[in-house]
Design a protein around this ligand. Structure first.
Ligand code: ADP
Length: 490
Protein backbone atom coordinates (compact mmCIF):
# COMPACT_ATOMS: atom_id res chain seq x y z
CA UNK A 1 0.00 0.00 0.00
CA UNK A 2 1.40 3.38 -1.05
CA UNK A 3 1.56 5.75 1.89
CA UNK A 4 -0.20 9.10 1.64
CA UNK A 5 2.22 11.84 0.58
CA UNK A 6 1.16 13.94 3.52
CA UNK A 7 2.29 11.29 5.99
CA UNK A 8 5.51 10.23 4.40
CA UNK A 9 8.54 11.67 2.73
CA UNK A 10 8.80 12.51 -0.96
CA UNK A 11 11.49 9.90 -1.55
CA UNK A 12 9.69 7.00 0.08
CA UNK A 13 6.66 7.89 -2.06
CA UNK A 14 8.85 8.04 -5.13
CA UNK A 15 10.40 4.66 -4.41
CA UNK A 16 6.95 3.17 -3.83
CA UNK A 17 5.78 4.56 -7.17
CA UNK A 18 8.81 3.11 -8.93
CA UNK A 19 8.28 -0.27 -7.28
CA UNK A 20 4.60 -0.39 -8.22
CA UNK A 21 5.33 0.56 -11.82
CA UNK A 22 8.12 -2.01 -12.11
CA UNK A 23 5.68 -4.79 -11.18
CA UNK A 24 3.38 -4.05 -14.12
CA UNK A 25 3.54 -6.53 -16.99
CA UNK A 26 0.37 -5.94 -18.97
CA UNK A 27 -1.93 -3.12 -20.02
CA UNK A 28 -4.73 -4.19 -17.75
CA UNK A 29 -2.69 -4.05 -14.57
CA UNK A 30 -1.09 -0.76 -15.73
CA UNK A 31 -4.45 1.06 -15.37
CA UNK A 32 -5.01 -0.56 -11.97
CA UNK A 33 -1.52 0.42 -10.78
CA UNK A 34 -2.02 4.02 -11.89
CA UNK A 35 -5.24 4.08 -9.95
CA UNK A 36 -3.54 2.55 -6.91
CA UNK A 37 -0.61 5.02 -6.99
CA UNK A 38 -3.00 7.94 -7.33
CA UNK A 39 -5.08 6.76 -4.36
CA UNK A 40 -1.86 6.55 -2.39
CA UNK A 41 -1.25 10.25 -2.92
CA UNK A 42 -4.74 11.71 -2.63
CA UNK A 43 -8.22 10.57 -1.57
CA UNK A 44 -9.79 9.74 -4.92
CA UNK A 45 -13.60 9.99 -5.05
CA UNK A 46 -13.89 9.16 -8.73
CA UNK A 47 -11.45 8.60 -11.55
CA UNK A 48 -11.54 8.50 -15.34
CA UNK A 49 -9.18 7.55 -18.14
CA UNK A 50 -9.75 9.78 -21.16
CA UNK A 51 -8.43 9.07 -24.61
CA UNK A 52 -8.25 12.09 -26.91
CA UNK A 53 -8.30 11.55 -30.64
CA UNK A 54 -6.27 13.57 -33.12
CA UNK A 55 -9.42 15.57 -33.86
CA UNK A 56 -9.73 16.34 -30.12
CA UNK A 57 -12.61 13.95 -29.57
CA UNK A 58 -12.75 12.79 -25.93
CA UNK A 59 -13.60 9.23 -25.08
CA UNK A 60 -13.61 7.59 -21.67
CA UNK A 61 -11.63 4.38 -22.07
CA UNK A 62 -13.75 2.35 -19.62
CA UNK A 63 -16.97 4.00 -20.86
CA UNK A 64 -18.08 5.39 -17.53
CA UNK A 65 -20.36 8.43 -17.32
CA UNK A 66 -18.68 11.81 -16.79
CA UNK A 67 -19.62 15.44 -16.81
CA UNK A 68 -19.30 16.75 -20.37
CA UNK A 69 -18.30 20.20 -19.07
CA UNK A 70 -14.82 19.01 -18.27
CA UNK A 71 -14.01 18.01 -21.86
CA UNK A 72 -12.30 21.34 -22.63
CA UNK A 73 -10.10 20.95 -19.58
CA UNK A 74 -9.15 17.44 -20.59
CA UNK A 75 -8.23 18.61 -24.11
CA UNK A 76 -6.23 21.48 -22.65
CA UNK A 77 -4.37 19.14 -20.30
CA UNK A 78 -3.62 16.77 -23.16
CA UNK A 79 -2.15 19.61 -25.20
CA UNK A 80 -0.28 21.20 -22.36
CA UNK A 81 1.22 17.91 -21.27
CA UNK A 82 1.45 19.02 -17.67
CA UNK A 83 -0.33 18.02 -14.50
CA UNK A 84 -3.09 20.50 -13.71
CA UNK A 85 -5.49 21.03 -10.82
CA UNK A 86 -8.90 22.68 -11.31
CA UNK A 87 -10.56 23.47 -8.02
CA UNK A 88 -14.37 23.52 -7.93
CA UNK A 89 -16.52 24.46 -4.99
CA UNK A 90 -16.39 21.26 -2.93
CA UNK A 91 -13.79 19.27 -4.79
CA UNK A 92 -10.92 19.48 -7.28
CA UNK A 93 -10.16 17.91 -10.61
CA UNK A 94 -6.66 16.51 -11.02
CA UNK A 95 -5.65 16.02 -14.65
CA UNK A 96 -2.58 13.90 -15.26
CA UNK A 97 -1.66 13.49 -18.96
CA UNK A 98 -0.02 10.14 -19.53
CA UNK A 99 2.44 10.63 -22.39
CA UNK A 100 5.75 9.50 -23.71
CA UNK A 101 8.14 10.87 -26.31
CA UNK A 102 6.08 9.66 -29.24
CA UNK A 103 2.57 9.25 -27.95
CA UNK A 104 -0.09 10.93 -25.88
CA UNK A 105 -1.73 7.89 -24.33
CA UNK A 106 -4.61 9.30 -22.27
CA UNK A 107 -5.45 11.77 -19.52
CA UNK A 108 -5.90 10.33 -16.05
CA UNK A 109 -8.51 12.38 -14.21
CA UNK A 110 -9.26 12.16 -10.49
CA UNK A 111 -11.97 13.91 -8.50
CA UNK A 112 -10.82 14.56 -4.95
CA UNK A 113 -11.93 16.52 -1.93
CA UNK A 114 -8.28 17.37 -1.38
CA UNK A 115 -7.57 21.10 -1.61
CA UNK A 116 -4.00 21.31 -0.43
CA UNK A 117 -1.65 20.31 -3.25
CA UNK A 118 1.96 20.70 -2.18
CA UNK A 119 4.82 21.19 -4.67
CA UNK A 120 6.09 17.72 -3.81
CA UNK A 121 2.70 16.24 -4.64
CA UNK A 122 2.65 18.07 -8.01
CA UNK A 123 6.17 16.82 -8.63
CA UNK A 124 5.14 13.27 -7.81
CA UNK A 125 2.15 13.50 -10.21
CA UNK A 126 4.52 14.79 -12.92
CA UNK A 127 6.82 11.84 -12.30
CA UNK A 128 3.81 9.52 -12.48
CA UNK A 129 2.74 11.23 -15.70
CA UNK A 130 6.07 10.63 -17.35
CA UNK A 131 6.87 7.17 -15.93
CA UNK A 132 3.42 5.76 -16.61
CA UNK A 133 3.64 7.27 -20.10
CA UNK A 134 6.81 5.34 -20.79
CA UNK A 135 5.31 2.28 -19.20
CA UNK A 136 2.32 2.46 -21.57
CA UNK A 137 4.60 3.09 -24.53
CA UNK A 138 6.58 -0.05 -23.68
CA UNK A 139 3.48 -2.11 -23.05
CA UNK A 140 1.92 -1.04 -26.35
CA UNK A 141 5.15 -1.84 -28.18
CA UNK A 142 5.39 -5.17 -26.38
CA UNK A 143 1.82 -5.93 -27.35
CA UNK A 144 2.61 -5.06 -30.96
CA UNK A 145 5.65 -7.34 -30.92
CA UNK A 146 3.59 -10.12 -29.39
CA UNK A 147 1.00 -9.57 -32.03
CA UNK A 148 3.61 -9.57 -34.74
CA UNK A 149 5.17 -12.72 -33.34
CA UNK A 150 1.74 -14.25 -33.22
CA UNK A 151 1.19 -13.38 -36.88
CA UNK A 152 4.64 -14.69 -37.77
CA UNK A 153 3.95 -17.86 -35.78
CA UNK A 154 0.55 -18.19 -37.47
CA UNK A 155 2.10 -17.81 -40.92
CA UNK A 156 4.81 -20.26 -39.98
CA UNK A 157 2.23 -22.80 -38.83
CA UNK A 158 0.24 -22.25 -42.01
CA UNK A 159 3.32 -22.81 -44.16
CA UNK A 160 4.30 -25.80 -42.05
CA UNK A 161 0.92 -27.42 -42.47
CA UNK A 162 1.18 -26.90 -46.23
CA UNK A 163 4.68 -28.36 -46.25
CA UNK A 164 3.54 -31.27 -44.08
CA UNK A 165 0.52 -32.02 -46.23
CA UNK A 166 2.56 -32.68 -49.37
CA UNK A 167 3.65 -36.21 -50.18
CA UNK A 168 7.20 -35.03 -50.69
CA UNK A 169 9.90 -35.01 -48.04
CA UNK A 170 11.34 -31.52 -47.77
CA UNK A 171 14.52 -30.67 -45.91
CA UNK A 172 16.95 -27.74 -45.85
CA UNK A 173 20.59 -28.35 -44.98
CA UNK A 174 23.12 -25.72 -43.95
CA UNK A 175 26.62 -25.54 -45.36
CA UNK A 176 27.77 -27.80 -42.50
CA UNK A 177 25.10 -30.31 -43.51
CA UNK A 178 23.02 -29.57 -40.43
CA UNK A 179 19.25 -29.56 -40.81
CA UNK A 180 17.74 -26.05 -40.80
CA UNK A 181 14.25 -27.16 -41.67
CA UNK A 182 12.44 -30.43 -42.32
CA UNK A 183 8.83 -31.42 -42.76
CA UNK A 184 7.19 -34.42 -41.07
CA UNK A 185 7.51 -36.60 -44.16
CA UNK A 186 11.28 -36.23 -44.00
CA UNK A 187 11.30 -37.84 -40.53
CA UNK A 188 9.48 -40.87 -41.90
CA UNK A 189 11.94 -41.23 -44.73
CA UNK A 190 13.96 -44.40 -44.95
CA UNK A 191 17.16 -43.97 -42.89
CA UNK A 192 19.23 -45.59 -45.60
CA UNK A 193 18.11 -42.91 -48.03
CA UNK A 194 18.78 -40.12 -45.51
CA UNK A 195 22.37 -41.29 -45.36
CA UNK A 196 22.66 -41.32 -49.13
CA UNK A 197 21.88 -37.62 -49.41
CA UNK A 198 25.35 -36.38 -48.42
CA UNK A 199 26.86 -36.67 -51.87
CA UNK A 200 24.12 -34.72 -53.68
CA UNK A 201 24.19 -32.01 -50.96
CA UNK A 202 27.95 -31.69 -51.32
CA UNK A 203 27.71 -31.55 -55.11
CA UNK A 204 25.07 -28.80 -54.89
CA UNK A 205 27.26 -26.78 -52.50
CA UNK A 206 30.39 -27.28 -54.60
CA UNK A 207 28.79 -26.37 -57.93
CA UNK A 208 26.22 -23.92 -56.51
CA UNK A 209 23.89 -25.43 -59.10
CA UNK A 210 20.66 -27.39 -58.74
CA UNK A 211 21.00 -31.14 -59.09
CA UNK A 212 18.60 -34.01 -59.52
CA UNK A 213 18.96 -37.74 -59.40
CA UNK A 214 17.04 -40.96 -58.83
CA UNK A 215 17.85 -43.54 -56.21
CA UNK A 216 16.66 -47.08 -55.64
CA UNK A 217 16.50 -48.20 -52.00
CA UNK A 218 15.02 -51.55 -51.03
CA UNK A 219 12.79 -51.89 -54.11
CA UNK A 220 11.60 -48.29 -53.83
CA UNK A 221 12.47 -45.49 -56.23
CA UNK A 222 13.00 -41.89 -55.19
CA UNK A 223 13.59 -38.75 -57.19
CA UNK A 224 15.76 -36.19 -55.41
CA UNK A 225 15.79 -32.54 -56.46
CA UNK A 226 18.51 -30.56 -54.80
CA UNK A 227 18.30 -26.76 -54.97
CA UNK A 228 21.04 -24.32 -54.07
CA UNK A 229 19.76 -21.50 -51.84
CA UNK A 230 21.69 -18.46 -50.72
CA UNK A 231 19.91 -16.81 -47.81
CA UNK A 232 21.40 -13.88 -45.90
CA UNK A 233 24.88 -14.77 -47.14
CA UNK A 234 24.51 -18.34 -45.95
CA UNK A 235 24.57 -21.26 -48.31
CA UNK A 236 21.74 -23.76 -47.95
CA UNK A 237 20.56 -26.79 -49.86
CA UNK A 238 16.85 -27.48 -50.23
CA UNK A 239 16.04 -31.09 -51.01
CA UNK A 240 12.69 -32.33 -52.29
CA UNK A 241 12.47 -36.10 -52.19
CA UNK A 242 9.60 -37.88 -53.91
CA UNK A 243 8.69 -41.56 -53.83
CA UNK A 244 8.25 -42.44 -57.51
CA UNK A 245 7.95 -46.21 -57.06
CA UNK A 246 4.39 -46.17 -58.46
CA UNK A 247 5.42 -44.32 -61.62
CA UNK A 248 8.44 -46.57 -62.00
CA UNK A 249 6.26 -49.65 -61.60
CA UNK A 250 3.97 -48.32 -64.32
CA UNK A 251 6.93 -47.53 -66.56
CA UNK A 252 8.23 -51.03 -65.96
CA UNK A 253 4.86 -52.59 -66.84
CA UNK A 254 4.67 -50.51 -70.01
CA UNK A 255 8.17 -51.57 -70.90
CA UNK A 256 7.31 -55.24 -70.26
CA UNK A 257 4.22 -54.79 -72.44
CA UNK A 258 6.35 -53.34 -75.22
CA UNK A 259 8.89 -56.10 -74.78
CA UNK A 260 6.12 -58.71 -74.93
CA UNK A 261 4.97 -57.31 -78.27
CA UNK A 262 8.53 -57.28 -79.56
CA UNK A 263 8.92 -60.82 -78.23
CA UNK A 264 5.82 -61.99 -80.07
CA UNK A 265 6.96 -60.53 -83.38
CA UNK A 266 10.47 -61.87 -82.82
CA UNK A 267 9.13 -65.30 -81.89
CA UNK A 268 6.99 -65.43 -85.05
CA UNK A 269 10.05 -64.50 -87.05
CA UNK A 270 12.21 -67.03 -85.19
CA UNK A 271 9.66 -69.81 -85.81
CA UNK A 272 9.10 -68.89 -89.43
CA UNK A 273 12.77 -69.01 -90.42
CA UNK A 274 13.38 -72.73 -89.62
CA UNK A 275 9.88 -73.62 -90.80
CA UNK A 276 10.48 -71.96 -94.20
CA UNK A 277 13.78 -73.79 -94.50
CA UNK A 278 12.18 -77.14 -93.63
CA UNK A 279 9.38 -76.50 -96.11
CA UNK A 280 11.74 -75.42 -98.90
CA UNK A 281 14.04 -78.43 -98.47
CA UNK A 282 11.22 -80.97 -98.15
CA UNK A 283 9.42 -79.43 -101.19
CA UNK A 284 12.64 -79.76 -103.23
CA UNK A 285 13.09 -83.38 -102.11
CA UNK A 286 9.51 -84.27 -103.08
CA UNK A 287 9.55 -82.39 -106.39
CA UNK A 288 13.04 -83.40 -107.54
CA UNK A 289 13.67 -86.65 -105.68
CA UNK A 290 14.85 -88.53 -108.75
CA UNK A 291 17.28 -85.83 -109.78
CA UNK A 292 19.05 -85.62 -106.42
CA UNK A 293 22.12 -87.71 -105.67
CA UNK A 294 22.52 -89.38 -102.30
CA UNK A 295 25.02 -86.86 -101.00
CA UNK A 296 22.82 -83.86 -101.76
CA UNK A 297 19.84 -85.69 -100.34
CA UNK A 298 21.75 -86.36 -97.13
CA UNK A 299 22.78 -82.70 -96.88
CA UNK A 300 19.14 -81.66 -97.29
CA UNK A 301 18.04 -84.10 -94.58
CA UNK A 302 20.75 -82.78 -92.25
CA UNK A 303 19.53 -79.22 -92.77
CA UNK A 304 15.96 -80.33 -92.11
CA UNK A 305 17.13 -82.11 -88.96
CA UNK A 306 19.11 -79.14 -87.65
CA UNK A 307 16.25 -76.70 -88.37
CA UNK A 308 13.81 -79.07 -86.67
CA UNK A 309 16.10 -79.19 -83.64
CA UNK A 310 16.25 -75.41 -83.60
CA UNK A 311 12.47 -75.24 -83.86
CA UNK A 312 12.03 -77.71 -81.04
CA UNK A 313 14.48 -75.76 -78.83
CA UNK A 314 12.49 -72.58 -79.44
CA UNK A 315 9.25 -74.33 -78.57
CA UNK A 316 10.82 -75.85 -75.45
CA UNK A 317 11.99 -72.41 -74.39
CA UNK A 318 8.48 -71.08 -74.86
CA UNK A 319 7.00 -73.97 -72.92
CA UNK A 320 9.49 -73.57 -70.05
CA UNK A 321 8.95 -69.89 -70.00
CA UNK A 322 5.20 -70.27 -69.62
CA UNK A 323 5.65 -73.03 -66.99
CA UNK A 324 7.96 -70.77 -64.99
CA UNK A 325 5.51 -67.90 -65.30
CA UNK A 326 2.65 -70.12 -64.12
CA UNK A 327 4.91 -71.66 -61.48
CA UNK A 328 4.06 -75.15 -62.68
CA UNK A 329 7.61 -76.20 -63.43
CA UNK A 330 8.72 -78.96 -61.05
CA UNK A 331 12.23 -80.28 -60.73
CA UNK A 332 13.00 -83.95 -61.15
CA UNK A 333 16.27 -84.45 -59.35
CA UNK A 334 18.64 -87.31 -59.93
CA UNK A 335 22.26 -87.93 -59.12
CA UNK A 336 24.75 -87.36 -61.95
CA UNK A 337 28.30 -86.26 -62.69
CA UNK A 338 28.28 -82.56 -63.55
CA UNK A 339 31.61 -82.67 -65.40
CA UNK A 340 30.32 -85.41 -67.63
CA UNK A 341 27.23 -83.34 -68.38
CA UNK A 342 29.34 -80.28 -69.30
CA UNK A 343 31.53 -82.43 -71.56
CA UNK A 344 28.41 -83.71 -73.28
CA UNK A 345 27.18 -80.13 -73.85
CA UNK A 346 30.60 -79.13 -75.23
CA UNK A 347 30.43 -82.02 -77.67
CA UNK A 348 26.95 -81.02 -78.80
CA UNK A 349 28.04 -77.43 -79.32
CA UNK A 350 31.29 -78.37 -81.04
CA UNK A 351 29.97 -77.83 -84.55
CA UNK A 352 28.36 -74.53 -83.58
CA UNK A 353 31.59 -73.33 -81.96
CA UNK A 354 33.68 -74.42 -84.96
CA UNK A 355 31.36 -72.55 -87.32
CA UNK A 356 31.82 -69.43 -85.21
CA UNK A 357 35.54 -69.96 -84.75
CA UNK A 358 35.27 -70.08 -80.97
CA UNK A 359 37.39 -72.45 -78.94
CA UNK A 360 35.64 -74.28 -76.12
CA UNK A 361 38.06 -74.87 -73.28
CA UNK A 362 36.89 -77.30 -70.63
CA UNK A 363 39.33 -79.03 -68.32
CA UNK A 364 37.31 -82.07 -67.49
CA UNK A 365 38.72 -83.11 -64.16
CA UNK A 366 37.56 -85.49 -61.47
CA UNK A 367 33.97 -86.57 -61.24
CA UNK A 368 31.72 -84.25 -59.26
CA UNK A 369 28.47 -85.83 -58.21
CA UNK A 370 25.47 -83.57 -57.84
CA UNK A 371 21.82 -84.15 -57.14
CA UNK A 372 19.82 -81.88 -59.41
CA UNK A 373 17.35 -81.83 -62.30
CA UNK A 374 19.75 -82.95 -65.04
CA UNK A 375 17.62 -81.74 -67.95
CA UNK A 376 17.23 -78.26 -66.46
CA UNK A 377 20.88 -77.88 -65.45
CA UNK A 378 21.83 -79.04 -68.96
CA UNK A 379 19.60 -76.35 -70.36
CA UNK A 380 21.19 -73.68 -68.11
CA UNK A 381 24.79 -74.54 -68.99
CA UNK A 382 23.95 -75.14 -72.65
CA UNK A 383 22.34 -71.71 -72.87
CA UNK A 384 25.27 -69.92 -71.23
CA UNK A 385 27.90 -71.61 -73.43
CA UNK A 386 25.75 -71.09 -76.51
CA UNK A 387 25.42 -67.36 -75.67
CA UNK A 388 29.19 -67.10 -75.19
CA UNK A 389 29.63 -68.45 -78.71
CA UNK A 390 26.69 -66.48 -80.18
CA UNK A 391 27.97 -63.16 -78.85
CA UNK A 392 31.63 -63.83 -79.68
CA UNK A 393 33.62 -60.83 -80.84
CA UNK A 394 34.49 -61.03 -84.55
CA UNK A 395 37.20 -58.43 -84.00
CA UNK A 396 39.20 -60.76 -81.76
CA UNK A 397 41.66 -63.16 -83.24
CA UNK A 398 41.41 -65.89 -80.63
CA UNK A 399 37.87 -66.31 -79.41
CA UNK A 400 37.16 -68.68 -76.58
CA UNK A 401 34.76 -69.80 -73.90
CA UNK A 402 36.28 -71.42 -70.84
CA UNK A 403 34.36 -73.54 -68.37
CA UNK A 404 35.59 -74.45 -64.89
CA UNK A 405 33.94 -76.28 -62.01
CA UNK A 406 34.89 -76.36 -58.35
CA UNK A 407 33.35 -77.38 -55.07
CA UNK A 408 33.05 -74.82 -52.32
CA UNK A 409 31.44 -75.97 -49.09
CA UNK A 410 28.18 -77.59 -50.17
CA UNK A 411 28.00 -75.75 -53.46
CA UNK A 412 29.19 -76.44 -56.94
CA UNK A 413 30.57 -73.35 -58.63
CA UNK A 414 30.49 -73.30 -62.42
CA UNK A 415 32.24 -70.43 -64.20
CA UNK A 416 31.59 -69.75 -67.88
CA UNK A 417 34.07 -67.20 -69.08
CA UNK A 418 34.24 -65.71 -72.58
CA UNK A 419 36.11 -62.97 -74.42
CA UNK A 420 33.04 -62.03 -76.44
CA UNK A 421 31.51 -58.57 -76.97
CA UNK A 422 30.83 -58.03 -73.25
CA UNK A 423 27.86 -56.28 -71.71
CA UNK A 424 27.31 -52.59 -70.88
CA UNK A 425 27.42 -52.04 -67.11
CA UNK A 426 23.88 -50.56 -67.14
CA UNK A 427 22.63 -53.78 -68.82
CA UNK A 428 24.27 -56.05 -66.25
CA UNK A 429 21.12 -56.60 -64.19
CA UNK A 430 18.64 -56.14 -67.04
CA UNK A 431 19.86 -58.99 -69.22
CA UNK A 432 18.23 -61.42 -66.76
CA UNK A 433 14.87 -59.68 -67.28
CA UNK A 434 12.31 -61.37 -69.47
CA UNK A 435 12.52 -60.42 -73.16
CA UNK A 436 15.52 -58.15 -72.58
CA UNK A 437 18.09 -57.94 -75.33
CA UNK A 438 21.06 -55.60 -75.17
CA UNK A 439 20.58 -52.56 -77.31
CA UNK A 440 23.64 -52.91 -79.52
CA UNK A 441 23.95 -53.25 -83.25
CA UNK A 442 25.90 -56.46 -82.65
CA UNK A 443 22.97 -58.01 -80.79
CA UNK A 444 20.59 -57.10 -83.61
CA UNK A 445 22.60 -59.17 -86.05
CA UNK A 446 22.27 -62.23 -83.82
CA UNK A 447 19.10 -64.26 -83.58
CA UNK A 448 17.53 -64.45 -80.13
CA UNK A 449 14.32 -64.00 -78.18
CA UNK A 450 15.58 -62.47 -74.93
CA UNK A 451 14.03 -65.15 -72.72
CA UNK A 452 17.07 -67.45 -72.44
CA UNK A 453 18.77 -65.78 -69.46
CA UNK A 454 15.52 -65.19 -67.62
CA UNK A 455 14.84 -68.96 -67.85
CA UNK A 456 18.44 -69.68 -66.79
CA UNK A 457 18.10 -67.46 -63.73
CA UNK A 458 14.74 -68.95 -62.73
CA UNK A 459 16.05 -72.51 -63.13
CA UNK A 460 19.13 -71.78 -61.01
CA UNK A 461 17.01 -70.14 -58.34
CA UNK A 462 14.59 -73.09 -58.37
CA UNK A 463 17.64 -75.17 -57.40
CA UNK A 464 18.33 -72.75 -54.54
CA UNK A 465 21.33 -71.27 -56.35
CA UNK A 466 22.46 -67.88 -57.62
CA UNK A 467 23.86 -66.50 -60.86
CA UNK A 468 26.36 -63.66 -60.92
CA UNK A 469 27.81 -61.77 -63.83
CA UNK A 470 31.19 -60.18 -64.12
CA UNK A 471 31.46 -58.34 -67.42
CA UNK A 472 33.12 -55.51 -69.29
CA UNK A 473 31.97 -54.14 -72.62
CA UNK A 474 34.43 -55.08 -75.34
CA UNK A 475 36.38 -57.43 -73.08
CA UNK A 476 34.08 -60.32 -72.22
CA UNK A 477 31.90 -61.82 -69.52
CA UNK A 478 32.02 -64.46 -66.81
CA UNK A 479 28.78 -66.00 -65.60
CA UNK A 480 29.21 -67.60 -62.18
CA UNK A 481 26.71 -70.21 -61.03
CA UNK A 482 26.65 -71.20 -57.37
CA UNK A 483 24.26 -74.09 -56.81
CA UNK A 484 23.85 -76.35 -53.77
CA UNK A 485 25.08 -79.82 -54.75
CA UNK A 486 21.91 -81.26 -53.31
CA UNK A 487 21.41 -84.46 -51.36
CA UNK A 488 19.16 -87.37 -52.09
CA UNK A 489 15.68 -87.37 -50.56
CA UNK A 490 15.99 -83.60 -50.20
P1 ADP B 1 18.86 -63.92 -76.44
O1 ADP B 1 20.24 -64.48 -76.54
O2 ADP B 1 17.82 -64.82 -76.99
O3 ADP B 1 18.75 -62.52 -76.93
P2 ADP B 1 19.23 -64.11 -73.57
O4 ADP B 1 18.23 -63.94 -72.49
O5 ADP B 1 19.97 -65.38 -73.64
O6 ADP B 1 18.45 -63.81 -74.91
O7 ADP B 1 20.26 -62.92 -73.46
C1 ADP B 1 19.82 -61.62 -73.23
C2 ADP B 1 20.81 -60.60 -73.79
O8 ADP B 1 22.01 -60.63 -73.02
C3 ADP B 1 21.28 -60.90 -75.19
O9 ADP B 1 20.39 -60.34 -76.14
C4 ADP B 1 22.64 -60.27 -75.24
O10 ADP B 1 22.51 -58.91 -75.52
C5 ADP B 1 23.14 -60.40 -73.82
N1 ADP B 1 24.07 -61.53 -73.62
C6 ADP B 1 23.79 -62.75 -73.11
N2 ADP B 1 24.90 -63.53 -72.99
C7 ADP B 1 25.92 -62.77 -73.44
C8 ADP B 1 27.36 -62.98 -73.55
N3 ADP B 1 27.94 -64.13 -73.20
N4 ADP B 1 28.11 -61.95 -74.04
C9 ADP B 1 27.53 -60.78 -74.39
N5 ADP B 1 26.21 -60.52 -74.30
C10 ADP B 1 25.41 -61.48 -73.83
Amino acid sequence: MVEKVKDSSFYSNLSNIIMEISKVNDLDSAYKTLSKISSGLIDVDKEFFFKISEEDKVQEIFRTAYDADIEDMIIWSNKNLDVSIFPEENFSYVFVPIFSLNTKHFVYTAITKEDDFSNEMMMLFRIISFMTGNLFENLVLYDKILNKNFIIEKNKNFLNSILNSTNDSIVVFSENQEINFKNEKYDNLDEGLQQELNSIIQRTLDTEKNQSEEKEIEDKFFSIDSNFLEFENEKNVLLVIRDISGTKELEKMKKIDKMKMEFLSMMSHELRTPLSAIKAYSDTIIDSYEMLDNETLMEFFRTIQSETNHLSRLLNDLLDFSKLELKTLHLEKTEFNINELIQEICNTLEEFSNNNDVEIIFHKNESIKVFMDRTRIRQVIFNLIQNAIKYSDKEKEHRFVEITTEIKENNIIIKIKDNSIGIKSEDKEKIFDKFYRSDTSLTYEIQGTGVGLSIVKDMVELHGGTIELDTELGKGSTFILTIPRGVENE
